[in-house]
Design a protein around this ligand. Structure first.
Ligand SMILES: Nc1ncnc2c1ncn2[C@@H]1O[C@H](COP(=O)(O)OP(=O)(O)OP(=O)(O)O)[C@@H](O)[C@H]1O
Ligand SMILES: [Mg+2]
Length: 139
């Protein structure tokens, strides 16, 4: 009898979708982030939890190029990045849906996530693009 060992892929076998390592950010006398480490691998769904003021939004703003970190490394798709604008992050498939009421209840979750990208792609006609005409850079 032969025993076959199945090779189950480990987390490390999947590429890093987004990550921050050792990220720090200070706003004046407020140290919003200290040595923050977050890593999301391809295919994972990750929740970032923390108290009010813990730095969750600041971390996301670093990834989105809204805020420039004082220290640390950011990665997208296994590549080190230093996004300076939201457009740069969006071009790499990274975007954010904010915790406000500016959602379109008739659209799907995915269409809501890429509402900003779709609207800007169709800005000349001032319409919301249907999913089928979204930019090919949006995943
Ligand atoms: N632009 C800014 N200028 C000054 N301080 C800021 C700025 N942005 C965030 N902070 C401060 O940095 C800290 C982290 O804020 P952040 O918004 O990242 O927390 P959070 O975890 O998203 O909180 P919440 O759960 O309330 O959304 C807080 O003390 C906040 O007041
Ligand atoms: Mg927040």
């Amino acid at each position: 009898m032969t025993a076959a060992t199945a090779q189950v892929p480990g987390r490390g076998d999947f590429e890093i979708a987004i990550a921050g390592h050792g990220v720090a950010k200070r706003f004046g006398h407020v140290q919003a982030l200290v040595d923050a480490d977050v890593e999301v691998r391809a295919g994972e769904v990750v929740a970032l939890l923390g108290d009010n003021g813990a730095g969750k939004s600041t971390f996301l703003k670093c990834l989105l190029g809204i805020v420039q970190p004082d220290a640390g490394r950011l990665l997208m798709r296994d590549e080190e990045v230093q996004p300076k604008t939201v457009r740069e992050a969006q071009a790499r498939g990274v975007d954010c849906v904010y915790q406000d009421l500016a959602l379109a209840p008739d659209l799907s979750v995915v269409d809501n996530m890429f509402l900003g990208a779709a609207a800007s792609a169709c800005s000349s006609s001032r319409t919301i693009c249907p999913a089928s005409s979204r930019s090919p850079t949006a995943p």
